[in-house]
Each structure stands twice: as C-alpha cells, then as structure tokens.
Design a protein around this ligand. Structure first.
Ligand code: 6PG
Length: 479
C-alpha cells in the first residue's frame, strides 16, 4: 500500500481531481475506473502524476494506506450505490469513503447511515468548479462525521481553491449537509445564470446592442459590484464567433436549456421547507419553458399574427380585470400541462376535458370558465398548450396591453405582483422567437462541458473553451 488517497471514477471531473491531488506535495494518488481503458488513458497522458493505477477494485483498495481514503467521482445515482457497496465490503472500520458527485442529499443521509453502521466513514462532499475547478482548485462542501473530517480535511484543504489565504473547504455539517449545501449552491447558480441571461436579452432586444457589445458591457460590469466568474465567462461566451457561420456563437446555439436536476431538487426541497425561493424556481422554470418548442412555435405563430392592440380608453380597474383574466388563463394552462405530464409519466389515461367538466361545480376552483377548457379539449385534444386554443389565445392577446400596464404600474408603485408578473413572463417566453436560454447553454458548456445543440444542424457540440475555442462534435447528448 503506497497511496494516501484514491479516486474512483475517471471521467473528466474524476481525472482532474486525481491530477489536482497528485500535484500537491506529499500525495500519492491511487486511481481506479470500471473500464480500465480510461485508467490507462489517464496514466498514459499524465505520467508526471505518478498515479498508482489498479484494474480491479480489490487491487485499488490494497494500494491505499490506512486509514484508507477514497473519493468517488461517478455519475450520481445507481452507479454510486454500486461503488459504495463494493468499497464498503473491502474497507475496514476507520476508513473513509467520500462521494464527490452531485448526489441527492437524501441519498447521502441514507448511505451515511448504512456505511457508518459498518464502522467505515462515509462523507458526502459537494464539489463545485467544473472541470477547471477540479483540476486547479474547487470549492468543497463535505458533510459526514467530525471524526472523518480530521483525516479528510487536510487533504481537501490541500486541493481546494484558496482566497485570501483561506482554503475553500469547510466541514459543513454531518451526514447529508455537504450535498444539501451543494444543491443550494446549484440553485443559486441557476438563478444567477438566468438573471444574467435576462440582462443580456434586455440589452440585446431593447438596447439594440450586439453580443460583442454586450460582452464589453459585462466586462465593464465585472470590475464593479457584479464582479463574478459567471459574468466573466458570459462575456467570453458572448464574444465567441462561430467558425462555421461567422455569426455570434450565442445565435447558433439552440435556445433550449438543459439541466441535470440539482436546480429542481433545490426548489422541491424549498417547497418542503416552506422557504420562498421564487428566483431560483423561475430560473428552473425558464429552462423548462425553453425546452418546449412544441408549445412555443404554435403559440408564437398566433401571437405574431395578432392585430395591433388599441391602447385607448382603458380604466385602471378594467386593466386589473384583464390582467387578472390573462394571468388566470396562464395558471390554468400551466396546471393542465402538469396534469398531462403526470399522466404521461405515471401511465394514467386522464381525460382532460372530463377533469375540466367535473371542476365546473362543487370544487373550490369551480367556475363557468372551465367550460372553455372543456370546449378547447373537445375541439382538439392534442393541443400543445391551452394557450393556442383560439378562445384562450384571443383572451390573453386581448388582455396583453392591460397586463403590461398593470405589471409595470405595480413595479413602479412597489406593489408585489409575483403572480401577474410571472404569468406575463411566461406568456412572453412562449411568444419569444429566441430565448436567452441559448446563452445559458453557452455558460453551461463553458464551465461544465455540458454541450449544446445548434440551430442549423443536428448533433451535440462542445466548444473547447479552455483550449483553442474550436468546436467539437460530442458523443453524449446535450442534457
Ligand atoms: C458546479 C456546477 C456543476 C454542474 C451542475 C449544474 O458547481 O461546478 O454546478 O456541479 O455544472 O451539474 O448543471 P446543470 O445545469 O446541468 O443542472
């Protein structure tokens, strides 16, 4: 046994973390991957790291000094359980298993309980910073026992980013605390990215600036209160020009933003905790809206064809009525979308028209209005959203001007109208020809190599942001 730390799972994050560990004074790093080709690739490309490579998990465990410490960097989910079980069976009391993936903290609590019952320590650690962070210094959010942190802490401190002499790692709390905090980090990340994307969209569509000009604006803002990694890379993404077309990169990226789930978890858990995280929720939903071209395309066609709306002769009271009705239509459309998605997921043959029918009386949301929904589904049960039904399309379009006046009046008057405002933004999202989701895809590709699709040809692509910035076709799916 020669290594003081081991890494299991040698995809990009695992490989980079292993290299980071190996580059620190005093570390000898054992590496193992389920398919040995990847291990050979890593050791072949980085002989300077002096890795102790194993092709079986038994040899890997045997190569570790006691107390054995292994960091698992595999795709969160079932794969993680398999690796944890294998290591737990081979490890001895006092050894430490670290899960460095984006695990659901509920899983981490469950795993910590099961593993620690055997005397082996289990630490769920959130690791942030993408590929580059893993290699050069991430921010690390470990949970698990205080005892395990005594051994693990110094190793993690040696590889973490350092700011003002302070390593970006702390023992967050016991069992799932580290993964919980990493989840919230990602929720905040979603909101931050969405806000930047909205700022870009405003500067572009209202301000009339080009992506390159907006890049300069962001670079300037990056020297003030807004200074951040995300603003910095957003400027880089906006400055990028697509080699194939000569167009701004952000214009060739398909504006359908993907996600891996941590943003959704943040909102789910905030709902359970009763904590209002509207900004994060809207960011998660903005990605969801962007990913439904089957709703956006037909809705936009209707909205684009609408006549100029007369803005004369309105009263404030009637404006409120119209904004209320338009927002209500959106709420019902969203609710029925949720019913359709649930029915599809759980295999229920739900008759949408029948639901609207039985809601017309007796229940709390009973109203004549529900007849309109019955009619809409009777007309065409396959409509992608209630908003494209001619009646509802007209209802929201007729109310549009009033809706805008009310939301802006509310904003100017300091009246909170999260319902009206978010419904109007939903309307505008569906009606937009292009969403800044393309920029979010660019940001995700920049920091996490999450890939993107192009507007002009099929396939999944990645730009080598930290290399020569050329584009490569990627085998994985843009997710
Ligand atoms: C980080 C990132 C990283 C990853 C997430 C977000 O902190 O380094 O948050 O964990 O990029 O998976 O990804 P999605 O946008 O795919 O949900």
């Amino acid at each position: 046994s020669t290594a003081n730390i081991g890494v299991v799972g040698l995809a990009v994050m695992g490989s980079n973390l292993a290299r980071n560990l190996a580059s620190r004074e005093g570390n000898t790093v054992a590496v193992y991957n389920r398919s040995p080709e990847r291990t050979r690739l890593l050791t072949g490309e980085h002989p300077e790291a002096g890795f102790v490579a194993s092709e079986t998990i038994e040899d890997f465990v045997a190569s570790l000094q006691k107390p054995r410490t292994a960091i698992i960097m595999v795709q969160a989910g079932r794969g993680t359980d398999a690796v944890i079980e294998a290591l737990t069976a081979l490890f001895e009391p006092g050894d430490i298993i670290v899960d460095g993936g984006n695990a659901d903290f509920h899983d981490t609590i469950r795993r910590e309980k099961a593993v620690s019952a055997t005397g082996v320590n289990f630490v769920g650690a959130g690791i942030s910073g993408g590929e580059e962070g893993a290699l050069k210094g991430p921010s690390i959010m470990p949970g698990g026992s205080v005892e395990a942190y005594k051994t693990l802490g110094p190793i993690l401190e040696s590889i973490a980013a350092v700011v003002d002499g302070v390593p970006c790692v702390t023992h967050v709390g016991t069992d799932g605390a580290g993964h919980f905090v990493k989840m919230i980090h990602n929720g905040i990340e979603y909101a931050d990215m969405q806000l930047i994307a909205e700022a870009y969209d405003l500067l572009r569509k209202v301000g009339g600036h080009s992506p390159a000009a907006i890049a300069d604006v962001f670079t300037e803002w990056n020297s003030g209160d807004l200074e951040s990694y995300l603003i910095e890379i957003t400027a880089e993404v906006l400055r990028q020009v697509d080699a194939a077309t000569g167009k701004p990169f952000v214009d060739i990226v398909l504006d359908e933003a993907g996600s891996k789930g941590t943003g959704v978890w943040t909102v789910q858990n905030a709902l359970d905790l009763g904590v209002p995280v509207g900004g994060i929720a809207e960011a998660v939903f903005a990605r969801a809206v962007s990913s439904h071209p089957e709703q956006r395309v037909p809705f936009r066609a209707i909205v684009d064809a609408r006549p100029e709306i007369a803005v004369v002769g309105h009263t404030f009271q009637d404006d409120v009525r119209q904004a209320l009705y338009a927002s209500k239509v959106v709420a019902y459309a969203q609710g029925f979308d949720a019913i359709i998605a649930g029915a599809e997921k759980y295999g229920w043959n739900v008759d949408k028209g029948a639901i609207a029918t039985i809601w017309r009386g007796g229940c709390i949301i009973r109203a004549q209005f529900l007849n309109r929904i019955v009619d809409a589904y009777a007309n065409d049960p396959s409509i992608p959203t209630l908003l494209v039904d001619p009646y509802f399309a007209k209802a929201v379009a007729d109310g549009e001007a009033a809706w805008r006046r009310i939301v802006s009046t509310a904003a100017l008057s300091g009246i909170p109208v999260p319902g009206f405002a978010s419904a109007l933004s939903y309307f505008d999202s569906l009606a937009s020809e292009r969403l800044p989701a393309a920029l979010v895809q660019g940001q995700r590709d920049f920091f996490g190599a999450h890939t993107y699709k192009r507007v002009d040809r099929p396939g999944t692509f990645h730009t080598l942001w930290s290399g020569d910035r050329s584009e490569v076709e990627s085998a994985g799916s843009s997710h």
